[in-house]
Design a protein around this ligand. Structure first.
Ligand code: PLP
Length: 392
Protein backbone atom coordinates (compact mmCIF):
# COMPACT_ATOMS: atom_id res chain seq x y z
CA UNK A 1 0.00 0.00 0.00
CA UNK A 2 2.85 2.35 0.82
CA UNK A 3 6.52 2.20 1.70
CA UNK A 4 7.01 0.55 5.08
CA UNK A 5 10.65 1.62 5.31
CA UNK A 6 9.54 5.26 5.00
CA UNK A 7 6.75 4.72 7.52
CA UNK A 8 9.26 3.26 9.94
CA UNK A 9 11.61 6.20 9.36
CA UNK A 10 8.79 8.66 9.99
CA UNK A 11 7.70 6.91 13.17
CA UNK A 12 11.16 6.13 14.52
CA UNK A 13 11.78 8.17 17.62
CA UNK A 14 14.64 10.65 17.39
CA UNK A 15 16.15 10.79 20.87
CA UNK A 16 17.18 14.42 20.38
CA UNK A 17 13.73 15.56 19.20
CA UNK A 18 12.00 13.58 21.91
CA UNK A 19 14.15 15.18 24.59
CA UNK A 20 13.57 18.61 23.03
CA UNK A 21 9.80 18.05 23.03
CA UNK A 22 9.90 16.79 26.60
CA UNK A 23 11.78 20.01 27.49
CA UNK A 24 9.15 22.19 25.82
CA UNK A 25 6.35 20.49 27.77
CA UNK A 26 8.33 20.58 31.01
CA UNK A 27 9.05 24.32 30.60
CA UNK A 28 5.31 24.97 30.27
CA UNK A 29 4.81 23.01 33.49
CA UNK A 30 7.51 24.40 35.79
CA UNK A 31 8.74 27.54 34.04
CA UNK A 32 11.30 28.06 31.29
CA UNK A 33 14.05 29.14 33.67
CA UNK A 34 13.84 25.88 35.64
CA UNK A 35 14.57 23.51 32.75
CA UNK A 36 18.14 23.16 31.44
CA UNK A 37 17.63 22.11 27.87
CA UNK A 38 20.94 21.06 26.28
CA UNK A 39 19.29 18.80 23.74
CA UNK A 40 19.36 20.50 20.37
CA UNK A 41 21.98 22.23 18.22
CA UNK A 42 19.94 25.29 17.33
CA UNK A 43 22.27 28.32 17.21
CA UNK A 44 21.58 30.59 20.18
CA UNK A 45 23.36 33.68 18.92
CA UNK A 46 21.55 35.76 16.30
CA UNK A 47 22.63 36.02 12.69
CA UNK A 48 25.09 38.92 12.20
CA UNK A 49 23.36 42.30 11.73
CA UNK A 50 24.77 42.31 8.21
CA UNK A 51 22.48 39.40 7.32
CA UNK A 52 19.33 41.25 8.45
CA UNK A 53 20.45 44.35 6.51
CA UNK A 54 21.13 42.28 3.41
CA UNK A 55 17.68 40.64 3.57
CA UNK A 56 16.08 44.11 3.73
CA UNK A 57 18.31 45.46 0.98
CA UNK A 58 17.49 42.55 -1.33
CA UNK A 59 13.76 42.92 -0.70
CA UNK A 60 13.94 46.65 -1.46
CA UNK A 61 16.11 46.38 -4.55
CA UNK A 62 15.33 43.10 -6.32
CA UNK A 63 12.19 42.53 -8.42
CA UNK A 64 10.04 40.01 -6.49
CA UNK A 65 9.72 37.68 -9.47
CA UNK A 66 13.53 37.39 -9.44
CA UNK A 67 13.99 37.32 -5.67
CA UNK A 68 11.30 34.73 -5.03
CA UNK A 69 11.33 32.90 -8.34
CA UNK A 70 13.12 29.71 -9.35
CA UNK A 71 16.84 29.92 -9.88
CA UNK A 72 18.84 27.46 -11.98
CA UNK A 73 18.72 24.04 -10.33
CA UNK A 74 22.36 24.34 -9.24
CA UNK A 75 21.82 27.88 -7.94
CA UNK A 76 21.78 31.42 -9.33
CA UNK A 77 24.89 31.86 -11.55
CA UNK A 78 26.06 34.97 -9.65
CA UNK A 79 25.72 33.11 -6.35
CA UNK A 80 27.75 30.12 -7.55
CA UNK A 81 30.40 32.50 -8.92
CA UNK A 82 30.59 34.25 -5.55
CA UNK A 83 30.96 30.96 -3.68
CA UNK A 84 33.64 29.72 -6.09
CA UNK A 85 35.53 33.04 -5.81
CA UNK A 86 35.35 32.83 -2.01
CA UNK A 87 36.82 29.31 -1.95
CA UNK A 88 39.60 30.45 -4.29
CA UNK A 89 40.40 33.46 -2.13
CA UNK A 90 40.06 31.83 1.24
CA UNK A 91 41.57 28.40 0.63
CA UNK A 92 43.58 28.83 -2.57
CA UNK A 93 41.67 26.12 -4.44
CA UNK A 94 40.84 27.02 -8.07
CA UNK A 95 37.26 25.76 -8.01
CA UNK A 96 34.95 27.05 -10.76
CA UNK A 97 31.25 27.88 -10.45
CA UNK A 98 30.37 24.72 -12.44
CA UNK A 99 31.52 22.69 -9.46
CA UNK A 100 29.29 24.52 -6.97
CA UNK A 101 25.74 23.33 -6.31
CA UNK A 102 23.56 25.31 -3.90
CA UNK A 103 21.53 23.17 -1.47
CA UNK A 104 19.02 23.26 1.38
CA UNK A 105 21.73 22.97 4.07
CA UNK A 106 24.27 20.30 4.98
CA UNK A 107 21.64 17.58 5.33
CA UNK A 108 20.64 18.06 1.71
CA UNK A 109 24.30 18.42 0.66
CA UNK A 110 25.06 15.04 2.23
CA UNK A 111 21.97 13.22 0.96
CA UNK A 112 22.61 14.52 -2.57
CA UNK A 113 26.34 13.74 -2.53
CA UNK A 114 25.90 10.18 -1.25
CA UNK A 115 23.13 9.57 -3.79
CA UNK A 116 25.31 11.02 -6.56
CA UNK A 117 28.20 8.67 -5.76
CA UNK A 118 26.35 5.51 -4.79
CA UNK A 119 26.33 2.41 -6.97
CA UNK A 120 25.07 -1.03 -6.13
CA UNK A 121 27.03 -2.75 -3.37
CA UNK A 122 28.77 0.44 -2.17
CA UNK A 123 29.83 1.15 1.39
CA UNK A 124 30.38 4.50 3.10
CA UNK A 125 32.55 4.77 6.20
CA UNK A 126 31.63 6.98 9.15
CA UNK A 127 33.73 7.62 12.24
CA UNK A 128 31.99 6.99 15.57
CA UNK A 129 30.64 8.98 17.26
CA UNK A 130 28.83 10.36 14.20
CA UNK A 131 25.84 12.54 13.29
CA UNK A 132 22.90 10.09 13.43
CA UNK A 133 21.37 11.22 10.13
CA UNK A 134 24.38 9.79 8.24
CA UNK A 135 22.75 6.37 8.57
CA UNK A 136 19.57 7.65 6.92
CA UNK A 137 21.43 9.32 4.04
CA UNK A 138 23.68 6.33 3.35
CA UNK A 139 21.10 3.57 3.74
CA UNK A 140 18.51 5.72 1.96
CA UNK A 141 20.81 5.80 -1.07
CA UNK A 142 20.99 1.99 -0.97
CA UNK A 143 24.53 1.76 0.43
CA UNK A 144 25.89 0.10 3.55
CA UNK A 145 27.06 2.20 6.50
CA UNK A 146 30.38 1.00 7.92
CA UNK A 147 31.09 2.38 11.39
CA UNK A 148 34.74 2.83 12.42
CA UNK A 149 35.56 3.87 15.99
CA UNK A 150 37.67 6.95 16.64
CA UNK A 151 40.67 6.88 18.96
CA UNK A 152 40.48 7.68 22.70
CA UNK A 153 40.38 11.43 22.04
CA UNK A 154 37.85 11.28 19.22
CA UNK A 155 40.41 11.66 16.46
CA UNK A 156 41.11 9.28 13.56
CA UNK A 157 42.20 5.74 14.37
CA UNK A 158 44.17 4.93 11.22
CA UNK A 159 44.63 1.24 11.96
CA UNK A 160 40.90 0.77 12.39
CA UNK A 161 40.28 2.81 9.25
CA UNK A 162 42.75 0.81 7.20
CA UNK A 163 41.05 -2.43 8.28
CA UNK A 164 37.62 -1.04 7.35
CA UNK A 165 38.44 0.19 3.84
CA UNK A 166 37.78 -2.52 1.29
CA UNK A 167 36.85 -3.11 -2.35
CA UNK A 168 33.31 -1.83 -1.78
CA UNK A 169 34.28 1.43 -0.03
CA UNK A 170 32.94 4.36 -2.05
CA UNK A 171 33.73 7.09 0.41
CA UNK A 172 34.33 8.27 3.93
CA UNK A 173 32.22 10.92 5.65
CA UNK A 174 34.33 13.20 7.79
CA UNK A 175 32.84 15.83 10.08
CA UNK A 176 35.25 18.43 11.47
CA UNK A 177 34.67 20.36 13.71
CA UNK A 178 32.70 17.47 15.01
CA UNK A 179 29.20 16.96 16.28
CA UNK A 180 29.04 15.55 18.99
CA UNK A 181 32.67 15.71 20.25
CA UNK A 182 33.97 19.12 19.16
CA UNK A 183 37.13 17.47 17.76
CA UNK A 184 38.91 19.24 14.89
CA UNK A 185 40.90 17.12 12.43
CA UNK A 186 44.44 18.51 12.13
CA UNK A 187 46.43 19.06 8.96
CA UNK A 188 48.71 16.17 9.90
CA UNK A 189 45.74 13.84 10.30
CA UNK A 190 44.32 14.98 7.00
CA UNK A 191 47.64 14.31 5.26
CA UNK A 192 47.79 10.81 6.76
CA UNK A 193 44.18 10.17 5.77
CA UNK A 194 44.89 11.39 2.23
CA UNK A 195 47.87 9.03 1.91
CA UNK A 196 45.77 6.12 3.14
CA UNK A 197 42.91 6.92 0.75
CA UNK A 198 45.31 7.32 -2.17
CA UNK A 199 46.88 3.95 -1.47
CA UNK A 200 43.47 2.27 -1.05
CA UNK A 201 42.13 3.95 -4.21
CA UNK A 202 45.09 2.54 -6.14
CA UNK A 203 44.40 -0.93 -4.79
CA UNK A 204 40.72 -0.58 -5.65
CA UNK A 205 41.44 0.81 -9.10
CA UNK A 206 39.07 3.74 -8.66
CA UNK A 207 38.81 6.74 -6.36
CA UNK A 208 37.56 6.55 -2.80
CA UNK A 209 35.91 9.86 -2.01
CA UNK A 210 36.33 12.09 0.99
CA UNK A 211 33.00 13.71 1.82
CA UNK A 212 33.74 16.59 4.18
CA UNK A 213 30.71 17.61 6.24
CA UNK A 214 31.51 21.17 7.31
CA UNK A 215 28.60 23.02 8.93
CA UNK A 216 30.85 24.00 11.84
CA UNK A 217 33.95 25.07 9.86
CA UNK A 218 34.03 28.59 11.31
CA UNK A 219 33.04 27.63 14.86
CA UNK A 220 36.42 26.99 16.44
CA UNK A 221 38.26 28.17 19.51
CA UNK A 222 41.78 28.60 18.17
CA UNK A 223 42.16 25.36 16.18
CA UNK A 224 42.86 25.62 12.45
CA UNK A 225 40.44 23.71 10.24
CA UNK A 226 42.48 22.64 7.20
CA UNK A 227 40.63 22.71 3.87
CA UNK A 228 40.40 19.06 2.77
CA UNK A 229 40.57 19.73 -1.01
CA UNK A 230 44.11 20.97 -0.49
CA UNK A 231 45.20 17.57 0.80
CA UNK A 232 43.11 15.03 -1.09
CA UNK A 233 41.97 15.38 -4.68
CA UNK A 234 38.83 13.27 -4.57
CA UNK A 235 37.06 15.54 -2.10
CA UNK A 236 33.52 16.84 -2.02
CA UNK A 237 32.75 19.53 0.56
CA UNK A 238 29.23 19.62 2.02
CA UNK A 239 28.84 23.07 3.50
CA UNK A 240 26.00 24.85 5.27
CA UNK A 241 25.26 28.34 6.59
CA UNK A 242 22.99 26.90 9.32
CA UNK A 243 25.50 27.35 12.13
CA UNK A 244 28.03 29.88 10.83
CA UNK A 245 25.31 32.48 10.12
CA UNK A 246 22.67 31.11 12.55
CA UNK A 247 20.30 30.39 9.66
CA UNK A 248 19.41 26.79 10.47
CA UNK A 249 15.71 27.22 9.65
CA UNK A 250 16.34 28.91 6.32
CA UNK A 251 17.86 25.73 4.82
CA UNK A 252 20.83 26.93 2.81
CA UNK A 253 24.25 25.52 2.00
CA UNK A 254 26.27 24.20 -0.93
CA UNK A 255 28.21 21.30 -2.36
CA UNK A 256 31.69 22.01 -3.76
CA UNK A 257 33.35 19.33 -5.90
CA UNK A 258 37.13 19.59 -5.89
CA UNK A 259 38.58 20.78 -9.21
CA UNK A 260 41.42 18.30 -8.60
CA UNK A 261 39.05 15.30 -8.64
CA UNK A 262 39.72 13.00 -11.59
CA UNK A 263 36.30 13.44 -13.16
CA UNK A 264 35.16 16.61 -11.43
CA UNK A 265 32.75 17.73 -14.17
CA UNK A 266 31.02 14.35 -14.29
CA UNK A 267 30.74 14.23 -10.50
CA UNK A 268 29.16 17.70 -10.54
CA UNK A 269 26.67 16.42 -13.13
CA UNK A 270 25.89 13.44 -10.90
CA UNK A 271 25.34 15.86 -8.00
CA UNK A 272 22.86 17.81 -10.12
CA UNK A 273 21.19 14.53 -11.11
CA UNK A 274 20.88 13.41 -7.50
CA UNK A 275 19.42 16.79 -6.49
CA UNK A 276 16.90 16.36 -9.29
CA UNK A 277 16.05 12.81 -8.27
CA UNK A 278 15.51 13.90 -4.67
CA UNK A 279 13.21 16.71 -5.82
CA UNK A 280 15.17 19.69 -4.57
CA UNK A 281 14.53 21.86 -7.70
CA UNK A 282 16.69 24.72 -6.34
CA UNK A 283 17.83 26.09 -2.98
CA UNK A 284 15.82 28.99 -1.45
CA UNK A 285 16.30 31.90 -3.81
CA UNK A 286 16.38 34.79 -1.31
CA UNK A 287 18.85 33.03 0.96
CA UNK A 288 21.15 32.01 -1.87
CA UNK A 289 21.62 35.74 -2.43
CA UNK A 290 21.88 36.62 1.25
CA UNK A 291 24.60 34.01 1.72
CA UNK A 292 26.51 35.01 -1.41
CA UNK A 293 26.79 38.51 0.09
CA UNK A 294 27.70 37.14 3.53
CA UNK A 295 30.54 34.77 2.63
CA UNK A 296 33.25 34.97 5.27
CA UNK A 297 30.94 36.54 7.86
CA UNK A 298 30.25 34.55 11.03
CA UNK A 299 27.88 34.82 14.02
CA UNK A 300 29.40 35.68 17.39
CA UNK A 301 31.62 32.65 18.07
CA UNK A 302 32.89 34.45 21.19
CA UNK A 303 29.56 33.72 22.92
CA UNK A 304 29.98 29.99 22.25
CA UNK A 305 33.56 30.11 23.48
CA UNK A 306 32.45 31.69 26.76
CA UNK A 307 29.78 29.02 27.17
CA UNK A 308 32.28 26.28 26.42
CA UNK A 309 34.80 27.60 28.92
CA UNK A 310 32.23 28.08 31.67
CA UNK A 311 30.68 24.65 31.24
CA UNK A 312 33.90 22.72 30.65
CA UNK A 313 35.68 24.31 33.62
CA UNK A 314 32.72 23.84 35.96
CA UNK A 315 31.94 20.24 34.95
CA UNK A 316 35.54 19.05 35.12
CA UNK A 317 35.97 20.78 38.49
CA UNK A 318 33.00 18.74 39.81
CA UNK A 319 34.65 15.54 38.55
CA UNK A 320 33.03 14.93 35.14
CA UNK A 321 35.33 13.58 32.41
CA UNK A 322 35.37 15.27 29.04
CA UNK A 323 37.81 15.98 26.20
CA UNK A 324 37.98 19.79 25.73
CA UNK A 325 36.12 20.61 22.52
CA UNK A 326 38.15 22.49 19.88
CA UNK A 327 35.13 23.53 17.82
CA UNK A 328 31.36 23.30 17.16
CA UNK A 329 29.13 23.84 20.21
CA UNK A 330 28.92 20.47 21.91
CA UNK A 331 30.52 18.91 24.96
CA UNK A 332 30.74 15.09 24.93
CA UNK A 333 30.82 14.05 28.55
CA UNK A 334 31.37 10.60 30.04
CA UNK A 335 28.17 9.35 31.63
CA UNK A 336 28.46 8.44 35.29
CA UNK A 337 27.12 4.96 34.62
CA UNK A 338 27.62 2.56 31.72
CA UNK A 339 24.12 2.99 30.38
CA UNK A 340 23.95 6.51 28.91
CA UNK A 341 20.16 6.30 28.48
CA UNK A 342 19.73 5.53 32.20
CA UNK A 343 22.13 8.38 33.03
CA UNK A 344 20.18 10.80 30.83
CA UNK A 345 16.97 9.72 32.57
CA UNK A 346 18.54 10.39 35.95
CA UNK A 347 19.76 13.79 34.77
CA UNK A 348 16.15 14.61 33.83
CA UNK A 349 15.25 14.39 37.53
CA UNK A 350 17.53 17.42 37.95
CA UNK A 351 15.86 19.08 34.94
CA UNK A 352 19.02 18.54 32.88
CA UNK A 353 18.28 17.45 29.31
CA UNK A 354 21.37 15.63 28.00
CA UNK A 355 21.39 13.49 24.83
CA UNK A 356 22.55 9.89 25.42
CA UNK A 357 25.33 8.89 23.02
CA UNK A 358 23.83 5.66 21.69
CA UNK A 359 22.34 7.26 18.58
CA UNK A 360 25.81 8.66 17.75
CA UNK A 361 27.10 5.08 17.54
CA UNK A 362 28.92 4.87 20.92
CA UNK A 363 27.81 4.01 24.43
CA UNK A 364 28.54 5.66 27.74
CA UNK A 365 28.47 9.42 26.97
CA UNK A 366 26.02 12.27 26.83
CA UNK A 367 26.08 15.23 24.46
CA UNK A 368 25.55 18.69 25.87
CA UNK A 369 24.67 21.39 23.30
CA UNK A 370 26.00 24.59 24.79
CA UNK A 371 24.39 26.83 22.18
CA UNK A 372 22.10 28.16 24.91
CA UNK A 373 22.06 31.39 26.91
CA UNK A 374 24.82 31.95 29.43
CA UNK A 375 22.16 32.34 32.12
CA UNK A 376 20.90 28.80 31.39
CA UNK A 377 24.39 27.42 31.90
CA UNK A 378 24.91 29.42 35.09
CA UNK A 379 21.59 28.26 36.54
CA UNK A 380 22.26 24.63 35.53
CA UNK A 381 25.57 24.26 37.38
CA UNK A 382 24.12 23.34 40.81
CA UNK A 383 22.03 20.64 39.06
CA UNK A 384 25.17 19.18 37.41
CA UNK A 385 26.89 19.22 40.79
CA UNK A 386 23.94 17.51 42.53
CA UNK A 387 23.79 14.87 39.78
CA UNK A 388 27.50 14.12 40.22
CA UNK A 389 27.10 13.80 44.01
CA UNK A 390 24.33 11.27 43.51
CA UNK A 391 26.85 8.93 41.89
CA UNK A 392 29.92 9.58 44.01
N1 PLP B 1 26.04 17.52 9.76
C1 PLP B 1 26.22 17.69 11.07
C2 PLP B 1 27.42 17.12 11.69
C3 PLP B 1 25.29 18.41 11.83
O1 PLP B 1 25.51 18.56 13.14
C4 PLP B 1 24.14 18.93 11.20
C5 PLP B 1 23.13 19.65 11.98
O2 PLP B 1 23.14 19.75 13.17
C6 PLP B 1 23.99 18.72 9.83
C7 PLP B 1 24.94 18.02 9.14
C8 PLP B 1 22.82 19.26 9.11
O3 PLP B 1 22.93 20.63 9.01
P1 PLP B 1 21.91 21.54 8.20
O4 PLP B 1 21.02 22.19 9.20
O5 PLP B 1 22.72 22.54 7.50
O6 PLP B 1 21.17 20.65 7.28
Amino acid sequence: MFNKTMQHLGEERSVIRELFEYGTARKAEIGEENVFDFSIGNPSVPAPAFVQDEIKRLIDTTPPEVLHGYTSAAGAPAVREAVAAYIQRQFGVPVSENLIYMTCGAAASLAITVTALCEEGDEFIVIAPFFPEYRIFVEGAGAKLVVVPSDGRFHLDFEALERAIGPHTKGILLNSPNNPTGAVISEEELRTLAALLEQKSLEKGEPIFLIADEPYRELTYGAEVPYPMRFYHETIVCYSFSKSLSLAGERIGYIAVSPFACRAGEIAAAVAGAGRKLGYVCAPSLFQRVCAASLGKVSDVGAYRKNRDLLYDALTSYGYECVPPEGAFYLFVKALEEDAVAFSERAKKHELLLVPSDSFGVNGYVRISYCVSRATIERSLPAFQALYREYR
